[in-house]
Design a protein around this ligand. Structure first.
Ligand code: NAD
Length: 314
């Protein structure tokens, strides 16, 4: 049986769907802080999905939940980089300590395989673009990025010390249906509240890669089948980028609203810890014969159309 931490979340719930489709039994551990039961409501016990309401910081409950598991997909974390600027121990607890608890409960239950949802945020303001997995030193500029890098180090150290196999996935920005945060989600909500004005944080020239959640989940599972190191480290993205200005244009176009005033708050970053440009080199992923089905702009437009419907903008 596979265990998905954060399985009620945006990416986690899509991963659960894919695992079930491949015939796997899945146990979900989630504290529902940002996850939603409705994302799993199409599964029932016949689907072999078991849901445990558990906080990863509760080590005793987590050790119980780990019994009988063969592979852990560790996705639970605070997803909001901005929160770390207000409550500064958020990422230390929900990121680094949570990962420690996952690894310790795996060790006690002799579970050997872990996949981890890391992030391009670990690269900080890299001066190599597009950035390869070999880039270093990695100097994150957000507390979120620091917790992801610390978690990667813990996984590598755990495998070096106790054995096992790890898959570290450094995600680009992941978008798609059930999204509950991020730039597209924010823009649609802003237009719902005020159809005449769209405020963009920063100067809009921030540029990042956007991967569809379906491609993200498919590439995670593809790597488990096709990567053969003890620690398998991969950037997951599309190999192109899109600017925040272009996303604002697409959201306005797809909303059908007219005379929207797009206003920029200015400055090169949206918030403290925002990296103005991230661009992941995905040659290593492509070399395993995985090809994303959508590039950034296409997946942004798909997501805008889906979220406009989900959020009820029109
Ligand atoms: P999400 O908020 O939808 O999912 C996180 C899930 O973890 C939620 O269901 C939440 O309830 C759960 N959770 C949080 N803290 C928990 C705890 N202490 N105990 C148990 N459950 C807890 O976010 P997402 O976008 O689906 O992100 C999934 C993972 O991918 C995260 O680790 C995130 O950092 C990483 N990631 C996401 C993106 C992206 O663009 N969405 C990019 C890079 C990395």
């Amino acid at each position: 049986m596979d265990l998905v931490t954060g399985g009620a979340g945006f990416i986690g719930s899509h991963l659960v769907d894919a695992l079930v489709l491949s015939g796997k039994k899945v146990r979900i551990v989630d504290n529902f802080s940002s996850g939603r039961l409705e994302f799993l409501s199409h599964h029932d016990k016949n689907d072999n999905v078991e849901i445990i309401n558990c906080d990863l910081l509760d080590l005793e409950q987590l050790k119980e939940a780990m019994k009988g598991i063969s592979h852990v997909h560790h996705l639970a974390a605070n997803p909001d980089i901005r929160l770390g600027t207000e409550i500064t121990d958020t990422d230390l607890k929900q990121g680094t300590l949570a990962t420690y608890n996952v690894l310790e409960s795996m060790r006690i239950n002799d579970v050997k395989n872990i996949s981890f949802a890391s992030s391009s945020a670990i690269y900080g303001e890299a001066d190599e673009m597009p950035t390869t997995e070999k880039y270093g030193p990695n100097l994150p500029i957000s507390l979120y990025g620091a917790s992801k890098l610390a978690s990667e180090a813990l996984i590598s150290a755990w495998i070096g010390t106790f054995g096992g196999i790890g898959y570290i996935h450094r995600f680009a920005n992941i978008v798609g249906p059930r999204g509950t945060h991020g730039v597209i989600f924010d823009f649609i909500h802003k237009l719902k509240n005020n159809p005449n004005r769209l405020e963009v944080l920063g100067d809009g020239f921030q540029e990042k890669s956007y991967m569809s959640v379906r491609d993200c989940v498919d590439s995670m599972l593809h790597l488990i089948e096709n990567a053969n190191e003890s620690v398998n480290l991969y950037n997951l993205g599309t190999g192109d980028t899109c600017s925040v200005r272009r996303i604002a244009e697409i959201v306005v176009e797809e909303s059908g609203l007219e005379n929207v005033s797009v206003e920029y708050t200015g400055g090169k970053r949206g918030w403290a810890g925002d990296v103005p440009k991230t661009f992941l080199n995905v040659d290593k992923l492509l070399s395993t014969d995985f090809k994303p089905t959508r590039m950034s702009e296409e997946t942004i437009r798909d997501t805008v159309m889906q979220l406009i419907y989900e959020i009820g903008l029109k």
